[in-house]
Design a protein around this ligand. Structure first.
Ligand code: SF4
Ligand code: SF4
Length: 428
């Protein structure tokens, strides 16, 4: 029987629209809007000025802080503006806006023999390339692969448990060799950690492809996982794949495990083998309102409007555009936000998939949120104290252990926006 974790729930997948569609290149945009901070950690300072010419692959923002990751431009052009722009979370962030050259001279990268590189050099290249968790977390990868403890397992997260998204699925099918090569590099950096590919069973083709490629690969295996949300959350994945429990408030290294998203590991290969910075990613455009749903390779900083313009726009009955997945993503109020390192999807949703009224009712103490919370929290209390502004009480009930999977809000019959309350508590 496929392995899994406690609680959580089976929710509709909605992946059939794009799961069989190969990755296509999106035409280059005329401008890039590149947020200077696309990671968890200290903000970057800009390294370019208005009017400056920039080359494809050039670093445009960086920081001296230990927990940070630089940003680069994927296309050449001229810096038009540096200032606050709206991003996918709805927050204003400092962005470098670049007028893209219509004719591009592609950046050239030479291949190195990775077997000759020291672990310090590998970590340095990962940092220099600006690699962060591409599953949405945005934690700098060079920090994650320099843990304070020995590591027994490196788990590659190929669950993609959010409905609709298929970008990681396609990557596992189309770029499996590079991903496995990236896993080899990270295993070496982590002292020879055993590698586990955790993949949900609704991606049997990816499971088969990777199993075949690992047949002669010692120390690597595929662990098929039950299809359940949020199977791809770090602590839930670790439990399902290894049986180890990460204590509340602690990180995976506490139980000698590191988890990396599969797209991140592919980016590690590019960074270490070719010194290629993270300037592009696969994004799934989907939902019943998308005219040309598909999996598109986009340059980081591409405006959402460009993605939609190049794919026939959206149907007239779309009532909501979401960046990210439907459970953890963000509804957009404009089409101006850029696609960033941690954004794997754009959803064009029609009214049948969207709760129409923003109003919510009082908690009726049904307990459904408690039954399904994968962290074993009491979302009802966290939500109530968050709503009342009693932040310390919300914290005592575990608000900081909530990773915003959205199940509590999904099951709540009173439509209480518990994740919004949690985010409010965390900001406070
Ligand atoms: S409280 Fe947090 S972790 Fe628990 S179900 Fe709600 S969003 Fe998910
Ligand atoms: S699911 Fe909603 S109504 Fe039920 S206990 Fe949780 S917050 Fe209250």
């Amino acid at each position: 029987m496929a392995k899994t974790f406690e609680r959580g729930m089976d929710i509709p997948h909605y992946k059939e629209q794009t799961e069989h569609l190969p990755v296509q290149e999106l035409p280059q945009p005329t401008e890039l809007i590149i947020p200077l901070k696309q990671h968890i950690g200290a903000p970057n300072r800009r390294l370019v000025s208005v009017g400056e010419r920039v080359k494809a692959g050039q670093k445009i923002g960086d920081s001296d802080a230990a927990i940070s990751a630089p940003v680069h431009t994927g296309l050449s052009g001229t810096v038009r503006e540096i200032g606050s722009r709206i991003t996918m979370t709805g927050q204003l962030e400092d962005c470098v806006v670049i007028d893209v050259d219509p004719e591009q001279e592609p950046a050239s990268y030479t291949a190195d023999d990775v077997s000759q590189l020291s672990t310090e050099e590998i970590r340095r290249r990962i940092r220099e390339a600006g690699i962060v968790g591409m599953g949405g977390a945005g934690f700098p990868t060079h920090v994650k692969v320099n843990p304070p403890t020995t590591i027994d397992y490196l788990i590659l997260n190929g669950c993609e448990c959010e409905p609709f998204l298929t970008c990681d699925h396609r990557l596992m099918l189309e770029e499996a060799e590079e991903m496995i090569a990236g896993a080899r590099i990270l295993s070496k950096v982590l002292g020879g950690a055993k590698v586990i590919f955790g993949i949900e069973e609704n991606k049997m083709d990816a499971i088969e492809v990777i199993k075949k490629k690992l047949a002669k690969e010692p120390g690597m295996e595929v662990v098929p996982l039950k299809v359940k949300y949020p199977q791809g959350a770090e602590k839930q994945l670790i439990y399902a794949a290894t049986g180890r429990v990460v204590p509340l408030g602690k990180l995976p290294a506490e139980v000698n495990v590191v988890v990396q998203n599969v797209a991140t590991v592919k980016a590690v290969w590019d960074a270490v083998k070719y010194r290629r910075p993270l300037t592009e990613r696969i994004v799934t455009l989907t939902g019943p309102g998308a005219v040309q749903p598909g999996n598109y390779r986009v340059v980081i900083g591409t405006p959402l409007s460009h993605l939609l313009n190049c794919t026939g726009g959206i149907r007239s009955d779309v009532v909501r555009i979401v960046m990210g997945g439907p459970m953890t993503g963000f509804a957009q109020t404009t089409l101006d936000a850029p696609l960033v390192k941690g954004c794997g999807g754009v959803l064009a949703l029609t009214s049948d998939l969207v709760r129409s009224s923003p109003e919510y009712l009082a908690c009726v103490r049904c307990g459904k949120c408690v039954d399904h919370c994968p962290m074993g929290l009491y979302p009802n209390y966290i939500g109530m104290y968050g709503e009342l502004g009693r932040y310390n009480l919300a914290k005592e009930w575990g608000a900081l252990d909530c990773f915003e999977c959205g199940i509590c809000a999904y099951v709540c019959p009173s439509h209480r926006p518990i994740v919004d309350f949690v985010r409010h508590v965390k900001r406070a």
